[in-house]
Design a protein around this ligand. Sequence first.
Ligand SMILES: [Zn+2]
Length: 213
Amino acid sequence: MMSKVVVDIFEWKSKRGGEGSGNFGHEGRPGEIGGSGSGGSGVSKIMEINSGLKDIPVIETPAFGQEILGRYDENKNIVYLGKEESQKPLKMYQDEEDGTPPFNRFTGKDATLTHEYAHALDYDVGKQTSSFGLYGRAMSETSDEWKNMFDYQLNNYKLNGRDGSVISRYSMTNVREFFAESVTSYMLDPEWLQSRNPAVYNLVDLTLNSLKE
Ligand SMILES: [Zn+2]
């Protein structure tokens, strides 16, 4: 029998102290992460990995509803950001009381842009390293490490989806979303990711360090 390890994020943040701990959300509700002293936004952090990301045009579009917050078009190399989302502050969601992970762990402009830039990074590396010359395939789709990690996490999600280790329900969509959600969590709250899912934290850390310009 596997014992459940469910970390209450509110408690975790309070214990951790420091930035973002004061105004965190309560049961089942999102909390805003403090904006000061956190060492920069997710967007600025991912741009430290690849400064070329700053050249990608970001187009705000009213066409997205609540469901789709943003999109990366890998053929045109354009990031689309929902207009509503572009006005929202960064929020982090904790697991529901029964342990069910939230659909998105982070929302708000900074989170959504970080997620979309992670896709851009994934496709950019995929193009450069694909030994099959497969243009337009993401690195995460061809990397054994990422494919295996996604398969493992998806299997764990199906068996123990409430064990506290799942980044978000959306991250279980496919390996590309898993990569983008993992990178976003790593950028926005590395301590959280490391405590919840050290294996994913380590893989992101290894991958990003190898990609650093
Ligand atoms: Zn995505």
